[in-house]
Write a protein of this length. Sequence first.
Length: 159
Amino acid sequence: MPGTEKRQIEPIRLFKSDFLEFFSHVRPVTVLVLWVPVALFFLVRSIWFASENTAAARIVIGLLAGWFLWTFVEYVLHRFLFHFHPKTERLKRVFFSVHGVHHAQPLCRTRLVMPPVMSIPLAIAFFGLFHLVFDVLIGRPADTSTCSTTAPAPTCASG
């Protein structure tokens, strides 16, 4: 139908350097190529190290809890950090290059997802934060398959 074809808009240039500009464009399939193997690694690792008695339930609960937690964290980041209204011109440029360009050109396919140059360090930081909170501070649920009930008080081997 005439008039329904998508307009090809030249993407807004963020950097003078062609080298830096190259890394600001990412195709959405990159998310799958980069993060599905990482997710599969952690899923396989969970299955490998889980006890036989509680593996399925703990992994399903962990997947659902992680999905909910990340959805919440991503919403909070998007709502309060990415939509922060800076006062200085320098911060306005930074926030525009990080997220504002996505709203300035919502149909630009190479600006729909965060580039790996930013998403990988953020993923490492969040992994460290979640590990600190859930493994170190709160502690994982005890693996009852290594617990002894013959002692006067139940004891569990650490592993």
